[in-house]
Design a protein around this ligand. Sequence first.
Ligand code: GAL
Length: 491
Amino acid sequence: MSAEETEPLIDDAARQQHNEHVSPAGRRPLRSTLFEGRKGKVAAVSAFVVVVVVWWLSLLFVRTLLDGRGDDGEHWPKPGQHSTAGRLPVMGYNTWNYFACDINETVIIETVSELNSLGLAELGYKYMNLDDCWHEPQRSPDGFLVANRERFPSGMNNLTDTIHALGLKAGIYSDSGWYTCQMYPGSYQNEARDAKTFQDWGFDLLKYDNCAEPFDTVIREGMVGKFQRMSEAINDLALASGRTPLIYSLCQWGREQPWLWAREFGQSWRTTTDIGPAWSWMSDIINTNSFITWASDFYGHNDLDMLEVGNGNMTLDEQKSHFTAWALMKSPLLIGTDLRIIANESLEVLSNREIIALNQDPVVGTAISPFRWGINPDWVSNSTHPAQYWSGKSENGTVFMLLNTLDVPSDMFFNLTESPWIRAGRQYAVRDLWTHTDNGTAVRNFTARNVPPHGVVALLLRDVDDEPDGIYPPCAVLEWCTAENGTRYDE
Ligand code: GAL
């Protein structure tokens, strides 16, 4: 039907009256005369202005509602605001653990080349992330961050172009306060401008730190609001530019329980203060994270901090335990050692395909969790002796991680059904993820013999068959084990 056809039909008399601005008694004009004549025009303009203002105010109101930001400046998380990027933990390299402030474009490109030539990029280590100290000490006169002219003479666009041309992605670092932790300019009150700068420079990821906190009277919001600011800047920029949002990696050292709120804003959040290259850091971080494993899943991950594999004097077993725990807890895996001189054994640790496959499981996003603490009673927090017996789901079976936190070798035993992911009455094929061997079938329980000090056993158990008949007792878990006729076996 055309617009013409929908016009009300007007008879000739009415049309006449209408044209003469006369309203016959008992009959209303079929068309309003409101907007005709000089007064009418003024009225028309005013009405138009009123309509526009009302329309604009309602848009503003709806936006305010959607933003979750009231006039009182209160912030709260916006459900579902995470980007579509970052479904799996990020894998790559970060400069801080080895180079600290001693970074420049040569080191970055050499590292990217190593990631390629050592086969690490192919294994998934795709991000080359710059940490602190890439900056000039001051913003430009018009307020923009500037790349350090001595360290990055070719500029950031050239750098990211090269990184991308070599098949990798690029990450950069900033801070939610006035300054970074090394006192370069932070992004506070410059969030939108800086997010755009990073995107314009070609970066794909932003690590966002927690130093140089503005005074309470300036900030008037908590940790959540402070990190929400950059999240909003990233989201707005993605909407405006139509480009993939920067992956947002929150780094506020686990302060104020980011595992409860950071998923709304970014793809990972640090859970602890800075890592160091020794076993005491590993066991401490594992201990803290043993209580919050539930927080990791697709799109949001507890970040156990950058890897120290290859640094300090950790034994090979300690490096294996470190890598296994990080990978299976679904932490980002960011290498932090000098790849130009990495020892073969450390490279092999970082290159364990079977462990990496679990970190990058496309089907199961959740982390392993402890099912028994071992040395300590369950749920006891102990940074020297964290939980020892862990399990979790995976695309290809049930994963077990056994950690020997003692300084001497030990045998480690568990009943299969201690793990919630194991079925009673079944037997399981055992795959050892460090020796890369199939180790027969486990029925009811498993013992790992002679696990080295601070060492790890990582197993993948695949359900293969019913357990053999006649195994006694009839239930692996004796509590209330009862025959159909009511006979109890646990008394
Ligand atoms: C710390 C952060 C480290 C590193 C360092 C740079 O706050 O936890 O990972 O980024 O700042 O100054």
